[in-house]
Design a protein around this ligand. Structure first.
Ligand code: GDP
Ligand code: MG
Length: 760
């Protein structure tokens, strides 16, 4: 099968093109670093099926970052039949820098000039024939986003792949380095090594890999250096060649792109204007916090805009209104208006309630629909397994689907419009002095979706210490699978009357970010490391969220969630149901009347002691909380599924009414579940990414930090409740300690490199 590789700068639209070509729904991120590994798919519209490889985004082929190494090795070693170099037409000159390097390789190349929709919208003009003539390779104008001309691109690539191509050099024969490069090329070619020109140029640049591979040729370069000196670059050949590339580009291609009088400028100023507010030096960070708050408010608030709490608004819950709000509590006045998330969840509850009741009715042998059928169904083992075990647990897990989808919708919109990229930038600006790079924030923010790809994305960090640290901090960023836990606890808090559900969930997410920052500061205190990755980030222009990108993202999430529920979670529920339904009662094995005699109660009660210091494990229900937390190891959704088996079983009220927590017990439980070991899949990913020693440290960190902080929160909360002044003293002491640690780190990091931001 023929193979075409997609190569280009970060954010030039590679993944968008890849998805359009292969019909895949790979993650399109509006920030660099999302595609670390190469992805493959198939394009079927040519005579012969072609394999498409999406390479990570790069600015050059020097081996400085993991992305560059992956892309470089692929093109050199795997020799694809054609390299499709995607060039962002609105950033032509910068993108062509990479192009000049790709063209040095002996491989067929086609330039896909992307984002031409923006070019024509701005009224700009692009001379594609001129570009093609000067580069010596075919150029095709496309728009990956609008699906424009991509089949034509593939035809051209197919044509190009039929003939071999020799690499060409941008240095002309008058250039002082021309002959040196040529001599190296001949020497390398003589050894039968492929792509001699590319290797020769990199050797003259004295790039790490080439210098190692052709050690014996280095004297040739060094010898030449003695006779050479450039006014600007001295004998730094790498800088000299980089400059030569840019000069070549501006000399040849400055006139290829003709800007309309106002067009592009207007678009730019629009983005700039938005950025003046969104990334404001002082207001940028508070604005992000406000935006986050509204997201959680619209998803989890029972009382939208606090109309009830602040203005005493009550709504008569009858007829059509009752229908709208999910047909619960007819006649009882509604305390304010529920948010969209809660509203959707009520509907889902109504639907799944009847779904389960239907099964109970069948399992009971068609007795009276409702409570009678429910009781009769639970009495048989199969009715209990199907209705109380599997369906009840799955219902608890799936009832949060609407809220989770809404949450992901908001996150996908933030990402697609380009705002998420700004958040990494804002965080970098705010926390660089504490030793935190925006480069590490990108995988962390990805962790809000799922820790598995987020841990993989830490490969972009060039420093091992920083990478290991980022992996450890990943659990602070609540992944999608943990959202049902927060949904359930939010309902418990609201029902118990000590908090607003939306505020609770908001504090978990925001608190996670704050905690990650605090922990990172402490990690700096205890290691000598002061390195902070430089953060080069392109801020893409803002654009309206594209329904296709956002939709694809949500669809992926939903599919993943449903498949997981139907397989791993359902299987876990069966096991837990068995352990909870059978046990030793009245001196023999049986289906137990009292859950406290079940197998799982014995297990839970033994383990309960371990978690006593965390508070939530104390008391009659302590073992249930313990078991629920442990089942979360398999998949985080299991926490809620297991709680449904314990607290929802044959009881009239909803779970929020039977789960008993104090306010600080609730937080302590939440913090443990947030920070402890993630699910098995994420643990396995961390194992693959780290050395054995570092991985064991990571496991220790996850357990220690979740256990320790959960206990701290519990005891501090209890102290506040008993004697607020004592709680205050301890809290102040902790804050003082933290401030001191931060001060220490800032002072030591004074000399850390400062931020470089390339504005697109
Ligand atoms: P990658 O980093 O090269 O994989 O780039 P992505 O495919 O993730 O795209 C980066 C951003 O550019 C996304 O927000 C895309 O929606 C947007 N984008 C990609 N192709 C086009 C295009 O042809 N036109 C426009 N207007 N936007 C595009
Ligand atoms: Mg990508």
């Amino acid at each position: 099968m023929k193979r075409f590789a997609l190569a280009g700068n970060p954010n030039c639209g590679k993944t968008t093109l890849f998805n359009a070509l292969t019909g895949s729904t790979a993650h399109v991120g509006n920030w660099p670093g999302v595609t670390v590994d190469k992805k493959t798919g198939q394009y079927k519209k040519l005579d012969e099926t072609v394999e498409i490889v999406d390479l990570p985004g790069i600015y050059s082929l020097s081996p400085y970052t993991p992305e560059e190494i992956v892309s470089r090795n692929y093109i050199l070693d795997e020799a694809p039949d054609c390299v499709i170099n995607i060039v962002d037409a609105t950033n032509l000159e910068r993108n062509l820098y990479l192009t000049t390097q790709i063209l040095e390789i002996d491989v067929p190349v086609v330039i896909a000039l992307n984002m031409t929709d923006i070019v024509s919208k701005n009224g700009d003009k692009l001379n594609k024939d001129e570009l093609s003539k000067k580069l010596g390779v075919p150029v095709v104008e496309i728009s990956a986003l609008k699906d424009y001309n991509i089949d034509a691109l593939m035809k051209v690539a197919d044509e190009a792949s039929k003939a071999p191509r020799k690499g060409n050099l941008i240095l002309n024969s008058e250039d002082p380095l021309y002959h040196l490069v040529n001599d190296c090329r001949i020497a390398i070619e003589y050894r039968g090594i492929k792509n001699p020109l590319f290797h020769a140029v990199k050797l003259v640049e004295l790039d790490e890999i080439e210098a190692k591979d052709h050690e014996d040729l280095i004297p040739m370069v060094e010898e030449f250096k003695k006779t050479f000196s450039n006014d600007t670059f001295g004998t730094d050949f790498e800088a000299y060649i980089a400059d030569a590339r840019y000069q070549y580009i501006s000399k040849n291609f400055a006139n290829v792109y003709e800007k309309a009088q106002t067009g592009e400028k207007e678009e730019k100023t629009k983005s700039d204007k938005i950025d003046r507010v969104m990334t404001h030096r002082i207001w940028g960070l508070p604005l992000f916090i406000v935006i986050m708050f509204f997201i959680f408010h619209f998803t989890f608030a029972e009382d939208l805009f606090y109309l009830n709490a602040w203005f005493g608004v009550e709504i008569h819950n009858e007829g059509f209104i009752n229908f709208l709000t999910g047909m619960g509590y007819e006649g009882e006045p509604l305390a304010g208006i529920p948010s969209l998330g809660v509203f959707l969840q009520n509907w889902m509850g109504w639907f799944s309630g009847h779904f389960i009741a239907g099964f109970q009715w069948i399992c009971s042998g068609f007795q009276e629909y409702g409570d009678v059928a429910a009781e009769a169904a639970s009495a048989t083992w199969y009715g209990s397994l199907i209705c109380d075990g599997i369906l009840n647990g799955l219902d608890a897990v799936c009832s949060f689907i609407p809220q989770i989808m809404l949450l992901f919708l908001f996150i996908a919109i933030l990402e697609d419009t380009g705002y998420m990229a700004r958040i990494a930038f804002i965080l970098d600006r705010a926390f660089r002095k504490f030793g935190l790079s925006g480069k590490a924030f990108i995988p962390m923010l990805t962790g809000f979706g799922c820790s598995v790809p987020a841990i993989m994305a830490t490969r972009t960090l060039e420093n091992e210490v920083e990478k290991n640290r980022t992996i450890r901090l990943m659990t602070c960023f609540s992944c999608g699978a943990k959202a049902p836990i927060w949904g359930l606890l939010a309902a418990v808090a609201t029902y118990a009357g000590f908090g607003y559900g939306d505020v609770f969930v908001f504090t978990i997410y925001l608190g996670g970010i704050v905690l990650a920052i605090i922990l990172a500061i402490f990690m700096r205190v205890f290691t000598k490391d002061t390195y902070v990755s430089p953060f080069i980030m392109e801020l893409p222009q803002y654009h309206l969220p594209q329904p296709r990108n956002v939709g694809a993202h949500l669809w992926e999430k939903l599919k993943h969630y449903v498949i997981k529920a139907a397989t791993i979670i359902a299987a876990s529920l069966v096991v837990i149901w068995f352990l909870q339904t059978f046990g030793i009662e009245n001196g023999g094995w049986a289906m137990v009347e009292n859950m406290d005699n079940s197998f799982i109660a014995y297990i839970g009660k033994a383990l309960q002691y371990i978690f006593y210091p965390c508070g939530w494990a104390i008391g009659a229900d302590g073992w249930k909380h313990t078991v629920s937390s442990i089942t979360g190891l398999v998949a985080k959704e299991n926490v809620v599924g297991t709680m449904a088996l314990f607290f929802n079983n044959g009881v009239e009220e909803g779970m929020e009414e039977t789960i008993q927590f104090t306010s600080y017990g609730l937080y302590s439980f939440a913090i443990f579940n947030l920070l402890t070991f993630p699910c098995f899949a994420a643990i396995a990913t961390a194992k693959a990414e780290q050395t054995k020693k570092e991985f064991l440290k990571t496991l220790g960190f996850w357990f220690g930090i979740s256990y320790g902080l959960s206990a701290l929160v519990y005891w501090l909360g209890a102290l506040w409740a008993v004697a607020w002044w004592a709680g205050m003293i301890v809290t102040l002491a902790l804050v003082a300690f933290l401030v001191f640690a931060a001060y220490f780190v800032v002072k030591r990091n004074k000399k850390a490199s400062s931020i470089v931001a390339l504005e697109a």
